[in-house]
Design a protein around this ligand. Sequence first.
Ligand code: 0O2
Length: 247
Amino acid sequence: MTKLSTETFSSIVEVDLENTDNDIDFETFGAAYDSYVAECSAALRLTLARIENLCESIERQGIRNPFDRIESRIKTFKSVKGKCFKKGYSFDTEGLHRIGDIAGIRIITKYIDEIDMVKELISKTPGINIVKEKDYVKNPKTNGYQSLHLDCQVEIHDPFTGSKLIPVEIQVRSKSMNLWATLEHDLKYKNPNPSPEVEEKFRNIGKILRAFDEEAIALRDYNEVVVENNESTNIDSIATIVAQTIS
Ligand code: 0O2
């Protein structure tokens, strides 16, 4: 049975604005954050439960489960303040509502071609509505960042305050893309302005990991098609065999 990981991930930018010269009322903003975060947490729990149900139904079908690991987090107040500052959003409820990733889920796949499978499965899951998609897998960012971002809306029901649509961001990426993003996250955290040489190295690592991801698919298909059919063959002819099998 699928066991959902309870791991959490942390935010990249945690700007501390408390000590800067400004007339922002952080106490009122903090109260608005606390009440909105309660709703975001409810939406996050609902979404995770729906993904868990989805994983169980995939396993009942006996098909390969593309969900290798699932992580989640609620954006900290410090990180929310940093994002409002960076984006020029107001430090109030309106500004909070413009941030689409206070509730965030990260889905890690083993193979790169499972990213679209996950998207397809989530799009068919009742109660999780994909409203916008940013595909940094097909169009990586200039720094080399790759990941599929699904901006979703999840309805929460409260007997006292009624129903509300809450944004939940789902990031889907392969293990290697996650490794890259984690390394870059750590670097940015320690050094927000890396040198052009370091940035170039990250772009190159991104390319190497992408090539690895493509090769991993070939190896997986080799195992599934050639080994399971008990055929002995040269690994160079895998592509031909796989193509023949698929067509
Ligand atoms: P954290 O650390 O996740 O809290 P918008 O364009 O306004 O709809 P947004 O949120 O500005 O959306 O941008 P986008 O493209 O959805 O990316 C937001 C999140 O993706 C980031 O959240 C990171 O989690 C991740 N991300 C995007 N670019 C990079 C990158 O270059 N490197 C790494 N390591 N992660 C990235 P936050 O809020 O920046 O931070």
